[in-house]
Design a protein around this ligand. Structure first.
Ligand SMILES: [Zn+2]
Length: 535
């Protein structure tokens, strides 16, 4: 009796709501018919119709639902219906200029986690409020960045913090966490993160851990020092008792190739010993980062003015040159300056897409590492550049991808068509995994790949109603053709959107509709969910 009364009351409220007319004629806003549903858990696909009302999935039905019950019907015959992809490593700096995030939603990404590599906005809370008001085409969340915090407190000084400075950094991490950050990122290869020791990072990670956050590490070394870099991240996880992500995991340079056998074994044994560590990866054999990584970090302390002074001191200049030669031969240079490609160069756009070897030849020099060193320093003193480094081996890419703890993440930057010659991951990370690594190379099954793009990252962020496709989940949905989905950009011609992803829904609203970018802005800033009791 009582239940009936409540139901009747509920029906009366519904009837009085402003949506009553439409909800009587069509209870669903969107109905996706005849597709194969992959729910993001890794379970096999099932034929089912998916009904959406507002921003939620309200029904997943193996028996067909009536098109008459929906305002919009999407025919997904022959297509896969998946939770929208979650990208755990995104350079969202251009978000205010590119709020529609077309280069990301075209890949099927509906949630992008910003603030990687120790970067990101500060203060975070105010920025997130502003982003929310701007209206977004994608859902975003943030990590807070160690480098931003350290630089705010200590500049780019190459030393340990004082007790007061460390206390202030701890408060800043705590503040960002309380404002809704999902955790803390470090970029220990970059300035000024490189100047921190492990105890500093552990102290700050503890503040994130206390509040349910994660720790995402761009390792201190990914080349010759790769194993020490992984070891440090695992130790931070163990001592700070914080879930870890080894982000954009890879092995850089000849001497490190094949070392993923060892790093993955380190991950397995750390997990057995109780450290909650996962991995993310982009599916390419080239990295993208600054030109400055070809200069030893100690030489960059204090900025370009200090670098110039050091280069004017013969003994220091010799050390800088020796350090750069080592980096060119054994680390990001890959032993061959034609592996180092300019991507974004504010001071000479004609270099974009060309290599260090091309630049040397243009200057009338033999393309050798010796001749590249003064050119690199000239570029750094000009303000640096964004570079693509072709220094990763395919066997490591496949081995890391196949590991059960590896998720897919782009490390991509929101990109405007035609600007520079950026890394093609900005456009094609997720479709490349589905096209090349699932369909062509069989490194993953389709179900595994989708799990690595949806359920796994959602779980890592404790997002209970995203990365899933069942009743009650948020209607972030990506619909793709498993027979044709693929990336289209290359390293010399990157500005192409992928193909085979005709529909992408963010919070129930299409941002890609029948292959057309709709300019809709249903995205939100998502703050870290409050911990569930007992978790
Ligand atoms: Zn990074």
């Amino acid at each position: 009796m009582r239940r009936f009364a409540i139901l009747a009351l509920f029906a009366a409220i519904l009837a009085c709501s402003p949506n009553s007319l439409s909800s009587q004629s069509a209870p669903y806003d969107v109905l996706v018919r005849n597709g194969t549903v992959l729910d993001g858990t890794g379970a096999p696909g099932v034929k089912a119709d998916v009904a959406i009302a507002g921003a939620r999935i309200v029904r997943v039905s193996p028996t067909p639902l009536s098109p008459a019950d929906a305002k919009r019907v999407i025919d997904a015959t022959g297509l896969v219906v998946s939770p929208g992809f979650i990208d755990l490593h995104v350079h969202l700096e251009p978000l205010m200029q590119l709020p529609g995030a077309e280069s990301h939603v075209r890949q099927g990404v509906t949630f992008a986690l910003g603030g990687p590599d120790g970067g990101g906005p500060w203060p975070l809370g105010a920025y997130m409020d502003k982003a929310d008001r701007a209206g977004l085409g994608i859902n975003v969340g943030y990590l807070t960045g160690h480098n931003i915090i350290r630089e705010t407190v200590m500049g780019t000084e190459n030393r340990a913090p004082t007790a007061n400075e460390l206390a202030r950094m701890r408060r800043m991490v705590a503040q960002a966490m309380d404002e809704g950050a999902f955790g803390m990122s470090t970029g220990l290869r970059y300035i000024p993160g490189y100047y921190s020791n492990i105890d500093e990072v552990i102290a700050l990670s503890e503040e994130a851990a206390k509040r349910g956050g994660i720790y995402t590490s761009h390792l201190r070394e990914e080349g010759v020092g790769l194993l020490q870099g992984v070891g440090e991240a695992l130790e931070i996880g163990r001592r700070a008792k914080i879930p870890v992500i080894l982000t954009h995991h890879k092995a850089i340079g000849r001497q490190a190739w094949g070392k993923s056998v060892i790093t993955l074994a380190m991950v397995d044994s750390a997990r057995k010993a109780g450290t909650d560590v996962m991995i993310d990866q982009y599916p390419f054999t080239a990295s993208y980062t600054s030109l400055n990584v070809l200069v030893p970090p100690w030489a960059l302390a204090g900025g370009n003015a200090e670098l110039k002074k050091r280069l004017d001191t013969p003994a220091l200049k010799d050390s800088i040159y020796a350090g750069m030669m080592d980096l060119l031969m054994n680390d990001r240079g890959g032993g061959d300056i034609s592996r180092v490609q300019f991507a974004i160069v504010a001071w000479d756009k004609s270099l974009q897409g060309k290599t260090l070897a091309d630049w040397a030849v243009r200057r009338g020099l033999k393309p050798t590492p010796e001749n590249a060193i003064p050119l690199i320093l000239e570029g750094v003193l000009n303000g640096g550049a964004g570079m693509v480094y072709h220094v990763i081996e395919e066997a490591d890419v496949k081995r890391i991808m196949a590991h059960p703890m590896t998720m897919i993440a782009s490390d991509g930057r929101l990109t405007k068509l035609g600007e520079g010659v950026p890394h093609p991951r900005n456009y094609g990370t997720f479709p490349r995994v589905l096209g090349k690594y699932v369909r062509e190379d069989h490194v993953l099954t389709l179900e595994q790949a989708i799990h690595k793009m949806t359920g796994m990252p959602a779980e890592r962020l404790k997002l209970r109603d995203r990365g899933c496709l069942r009743t009650g989940c948020v209607a972030d949905v990506t619909i793709f053709d498993p027979a044709t989905v693929r990336d289209m950009g290359t390293f010399t011609d990157p500005h192409h959107y992928p193909v085979g992803i005709p529909w992408v829904l963010v919070n129930g609203e299409p941002v890609i509709a029948n292959n057309v970018f709709t300019e809709a802005r249903p995205g939100r800033v998502v703050r870290r969910p409050a911990p569930v009791r007992g978790q």
